[in-house]
Write a protein that binds this ligand. Structure first.
Ligand code: PRP
Length: 209
């Protein structure tokens, strides 16, 4: 079963509080999501393999480390996942970015895929699926199936807040996928929103509604 990692770094937790705050406006919300995504990138890449490299420092020749050529693909789920891309690219600038468009019907909560555009070599890449919210898990679940159908082999899921219901869906359907969250919240309410949550991430990022 995929592991759930709650990234409890104090900077992540501090910024997440202001992301949750309903008084935080669009500009600040966007900046905070960007910053938290970068901090999460730092944690999610912690176990990336290294290889040794001989380097000439100004003092001597030394054996040092570089990343062992791991290719990364960032897969934001549109639209809200887009808010996490730039923060991730700050730390992983060579990553390719693929997009999966997924719209959750507000009545039925069923996800609908409306767009997919991926790097051609996704089977060779470590893919990180980005979405601020893991609510029922329907959107992330479908997005991951969609990636696997197209050849993806290594997938991680990174969300700001998750509900236990969504975590369970991903763990059952995709036991090979590790989940990284800034917080695991209490539950879903009757409208399928995470509580306490942060509201509708897409609307708050883009000032819609
Ligand atoms: C929201 C959110 C997730 C999804 C989570 O997207 O950004 O993608 O719902 O819900 P789930 O886990 O129950 O599927 P929404 O459909 O509102 O689209 P948006 O990102 O375009 O705002």
């Amino acid at each position: 079963m995929g592991n759930v990692h709650v990234l409890d770094h104090p900077l992540i937790q501090h910024k997440l509080t202001y992301i949750r705050d309903k008084h935080t406006g669009t500009k600040e919300f966007r900046e905070l999501v960007d910053e938290v995504a970068a901090l999460m990138a730092f944690e999610i890449t912690r176990n990336f393999p290294l290889q040794e490299k001989t380097t000439e420092t100004p003092m001597m020749e030394a054996t040092t480390n570089v990343l062992a050529g791991k290719k990364v693909g960032l897969i934001p789920i549109l639209r809200a996942g887009l808010g996490m891309v730039d923060g991730m690219l700050n730390l992983i600038p060579a990553a390719r970015v693929g997009h999966v468009g997924m719209y959750r019907d507000p009545e039925t909560l069923t996800p609908h895929e409306y767009y997919v555009k991926l790097p051609s070599d996704i089977e060779e890449r470590e893919l990180i699926v980005l979405d601020p919210m893991l609510a029922t898990g329907g959107s992330a679940n479908d997005a991951i199936y969609s990636l696997k159908k197209r050849g993806a082999r290594q997938i991680r899921l990174m969300c700001l807040v998750g509900a236990p219901e969504g975590v369970e869906v991903i763990q059952n359907e995709h036991p090979d996928v590790d989940i990284f969250l800034a917080a695991l919240d209490e539950r879903l309410n009757d409208d399928g929103f995470i509580v306490p949550g942060l509201g509708d991430a897409g609307d708050r990022l883009y000032g819609t509604k």
